[in-house]
Design a protein around this ligand. Structure first.
Ligand code: ZN
Length: 629
């Protein structure tokens, strides 16, 4: 009875086991994987049948594959050796905590044994101890448009949970666990080693995954569960996913599950029992995110989303995105006023379904395209949902917004490296700020400059033009210019390709009273001669608006192109200037210091205190240093 109940509960009605009648993507990398997870030894034994089509315009004489799990094979791998340099005091993993993947068999088109032709290569750092990429020379070239079939047998030893994959006690997250073919484009293979900073890049396809594991395990995955078969102590699950570029699985006997239909999407929440009090917070956050992105960009195209709340001992599995599958994070007893967990992490990871999942950018070569756009989307969603001033926290009446978080992170390292570069080229402290926080501020500043309606059109066209493909930075920049009708090269060159700092400041403000006599009626006329000096303190040039607020309530507005290092203007007014503000609406989020943007003729202690408070909030957040991603 229980088996029947489970099958009815889990399975979607897919009579022909097809999810989309019309393919959403090119589907040139299709996987059929039969895997057995041995929960005692932490080893996955599997066969993989990959049907791959060369969709580039040229033939290839070799194939390249990722073996990501080999990043955890030995201490000298690029991933672990760089991690050790970054955290020298962290204990080295024991032998039992290491992982790795071995290919046992590798056959092409049911006839050629490719195993002897397989070699490890290190295209990025020449570290001979790194075995995260293999190259296979082919007996003959695969022509453009040609399809081949590869049969691979492999064993994957899961590491103690690290970088959102592996095991923790009886909890398992299978991420990057199978040999995955790189992406062949006209410039050649894009198949990079696994670095601590780098993420992933793959072609779209269908996945049919059979997973056998102990019956008591509760699982979730990228795919839809078509059916399950139970034996005495084991069960086999049959999953299918279409038009995705990766496949993740989670398994833990203690999971509790809640399923809800949100905007036509079947949302499966797998949560740790100790977090049952936060189940509703997860569901509200994901519901808000789904609705916002459905409305802002386009409806989520898949029928299902799995949201995983890992237990505390597997906290390192949290905050990760895979297609149709995200992991969040919660802490027992965390007050509702503190929304870093689970709200922010849930919303952020869900935004990745668009900026990574569907707009499948190269996370290794241009990491700002996935994390930066996701951070920008997070900013918009958090501020929209929870209010601009305290979207992240209002615990103990201390208001922290998503803006504070990104600004705080940016202010810690404003000129450290550029944004538009490969992930492995970043120093350890430069990656986070230049792929998450600063790009979010760059895109928000762009939105404020162009206007929300134009920016929304840009994002919607970006999605429509590039969904289920691999857009590059240059594609986005071309689109921005085309939609806006402007050439914004001057902005992106400074924002993405330079370390220039943006800071405009009110330097001085003098308002001198002059009294004259009206020659006609002999009455005394009082006027004010005003002299305002604005300085560009940084080397980032950006047009700024200036507002002069008069004591009679009027506001005079001027625009300055911001190019010179100093700008002086003088005018005469019939009412005294009370205050002058540079960028009065605070549109320029890249401005390093908003507290020097205004000056008052008479000291306004409240305004000064307000600026001080704002800076304290940003400082406080930067010290908190909460980073989940
Ligand atoms: Zn992210």
């Amino acid at each position: 009875m229980r088996i029947i109940f489970l099958i009815l509960l889990f399975c979607l009605p897919t009579a022909a086991q097809v999810i989309f009648q019309t393919p959403l993507s090119e589907r040139n990398a299709n996987y059929q994987i039969k895997a057995t997870l041995d929960c005692q030894s932490k080893i996955v034994t599997a066969t993989e049948r990959l049907t791959w089509k060369n969709i580039s315009k040229r033939s290839t004489s070799e194939l390249q594959f990722h073996l990501y799990m080999n990043a955890f094979r030995n201490d000298s791998s690029t991933f672990l050796s760089q991690s050790r340099k970054r955290y020298p005091d962290a204990p080295a993993p024991s032998r039992q905590e290491l992982g790795g993947i071995d290919i046992r068999q590798f056959v092409l088109n049911n006839s050629y044994d490719l195993l002897p032709a397989m070699e490890y290569i290190q295209p990025n750092d020449s570290n001979l101890h790194d075995s995260t990429v293999i190259r296979v020379k082919l007996p003959r070239s695969v022509r453009a448009g040609e399809e081949i079939v590869l049969e691979v047998e492999f064993t994957c030893r899961l590491p103690k949970i690290i970088n959102r994959t592996g095991y923790s006690d009886d909890f398992f997250l299978l991420g990057q666990w199978f040999p995955k073919i790189g992406v062949l484009q006209d410039g050649g293979w894009h198949c990079h080693q696994f670095f601590p900073n780098s993420e992933f890049f793959a072609d779209f396809g269908n996945y049919e995954v059979e997973l056998t594991l102990p019956s008591q395990y509760i699982t979730g995955s990228t795919g839809i569960l078509l059916r399950e078969e139970r034996g005495d102590s084991l069960k086999t699950l049959y999953y299918r996913a279409e038009d995705v570029h990766d496949f993740a699985v989670v398994a833990w006997p203690k999971f509790r599950q809640e399923v809800r239909e949100i905007e036509g999407i079947r949302v499966i929440l797998l949560y740790a029992p100790e977090h049952s009090s936060q189940r509703e917070r997860y569901m509200t956050a994901i519901s808000n995110a789904i609705k916002y992105l459905n409305n802002w960009i386009s409806p989520y195209p898949y029928p299902q989303l799995t949201l995983v709340d890992p237990p505390l001992h597997a906290f390192r599995a949290g905050g990760m995105e895979y297609p149709c599958f995200i992991t969040g994070g919660a802490i027992w007893g965390i007050p509702a006023e503190f929304r870093f967990f689970p709200e922010e992490v849930t919303i952020h990871e869900y935004a990745h379904q668009y900026f990574y999942g569907i707009l499948a950018t190269n996370e290794a070569e241009e990491p700002w395209l996935d994390e930066g756009f996701t951070s920008y989307a997070t900013l918009r969603m958090m501020n929209h949902t929870y209010g601009k001033s305290a979207s992240l926290s209002e615990l103990f009446n201390v208001q922290i917004s998503q803006t504070d978080e990104y600004k705080g992170n940016y202010l810690k390292r404003p000129g450290l490296d550029i944004v538009w570069k490969s992930s492995w080229d970043f120093g350890p402290r430069a990656y986070g700020v230049n792929t998450y926080s600063k790009p979010a501020l760059i895109l928000q500043t762009l939105e404020n400059y162009l206007g929300k309606a134009v920016m929304d059109t840009i994002i919607q066209k970006y999605y429509q033009n590039w969904k289920f493909r691999h857009p590059k930075t240059s594609d986005f920049l071309t689109l921005v210019n085309s939609v806006s009708g402007l050439d914004l090269g001057w902005y992106f060159e400074q924002a993405l390709q330079s370390t220039k700092i943006l800071d405009y400041a009110l330097d001085s403000l003098n308002s001198k009273e002059t009294n004259t006599i009206d020659s006609v009626n002999g009455r005394a006329i009082t006027k004010y001669h005003n002299r305002v000096v604005i300085k560009r303190l940084g080397d980032f040039i950006f047009p700024v608006e200036i507002a002069s607020i008069l004591e009679n309530g009027d506001t005079l507005r001027q625009n300055w192109n911001g190019a010179d290092s100093i700008w002086l203007f003088e005018n005469s007014t019939t009412s005294r200037i009370r205050e002058v503000q540079v960028d009065p609406e605070q549109k320029i989020w890249l401005d390093l210091n908003w507290s020097n943007n205004s000056l008052m003729v008479k000291k306004n202690y409240f305004a000064t205190f307000r600026h001080w408070l704002q800076m304290m909030k940003i400082y406080q957040q930067s010290m908190l240093g909460v980073l989940l991603f």
